[in-house]
Design a protein around this ligand. Structure first.
Ligand code: FE
Length: 227
């Protein structure tokens, strides 16, 4: 088996959210697919360790917010590299509650889908939830973010709990790059960090002291020289 074959599959980048006893939570997911049109159903694969898994299992509802290419790394980091057990992920995020009561993200979101769970499949580390779409709409015209765009253009990483996580092999890395020890994000001076106003060509040493990892929010001293 050549593991590179599965890396040729394409995905999007979504925020899957749910609720439980008046509380709400959401997480980044790339494995969201429409599987039938009549009735309209989606499948989503969620790691059993994630809080959103617990919420979906309990409330039997979830929403999918489709992110645009314009979504900043801070938004993706908030939902993808932090846990709702530690923070309120929606505290600083514009959202509304849909007909299911689960939250719909209204920042850099171009469409949303609300689902009620009609079935689920246990796949050891994850559960695949099958949801019937009960409400959906478009709210923006920008292009959707793809998983490839997130990785190649935005320099994004995947947490170990992602369904498509692959352990990265040691690659030859230019020595002026720095890696976040918390989430694996690599600061590349050639790219800078435009989401935080850092221009391309800015050396790591020249980043302002208050600069933090655009994905997980770790401070500068949590970085180490790459390679
Ligand atoms: Fe980080």
């Amino acid at each position: 088996m050549n593991p590179k074959a599965v890396q040729k599959l394409s995905y999007g980048v979504y925020i899957v959210s749910s609720k439980k006893e008046g509380k709400i939570n959401g997480q980044i997911a790339n494995t969201v697919f429409q599987i039938t049109s009549e009735p309209p159903t989606l499948a989503v694969s969620i790691n059993k360790l994630n809080l959103t898994h617990e919420y979906i299992k309990e409330s039997r509802v979830f929403t999918v917010s489709v992110l645009s290419k314009e979504a900043p790394m801070t938004l993706i980091g908030n939902f993808g590299f932090k846990s709702g057990r530690d923070i309120d992920k929606f505290k600083e995020v514009k959202f509304r509650q849909g007909v299911t009561g689960a939250p719909i993200v209204e920042e850099k979101t171009i469409a949303y889908l609300e689902c009620k769970v009609i079935d689920s499949i246990d796949v050891i580390t994850h559960t695949v939830f099958i949801g019937q779409i009960i409400e959906c709409d478009t709210i923006g015209e920008e292009e959707p973010m793809t998983y490839a765009y997130y990785h190649q253009i935005k320099g994004g990483k995947s947490p170990k709990t992602a369904p498509t996580y692959v352990k990265e092999e040691a690659k030859e890395v230019k020595k002026d790059r720095y890696t976040c020890k918390v989430c694996g994000y690599i600061y590349d001076p050639e790219r800078g960090d435009p989401d935080s106003g850092i221009k391309p060509g800015t050396a790591f040493e020249d980043l302002p002291e208050g600069w933090t990892c655009p994905i997980c929010g770790a401070s500068k001293n949590e970085f180490e020289k790459a390679g």
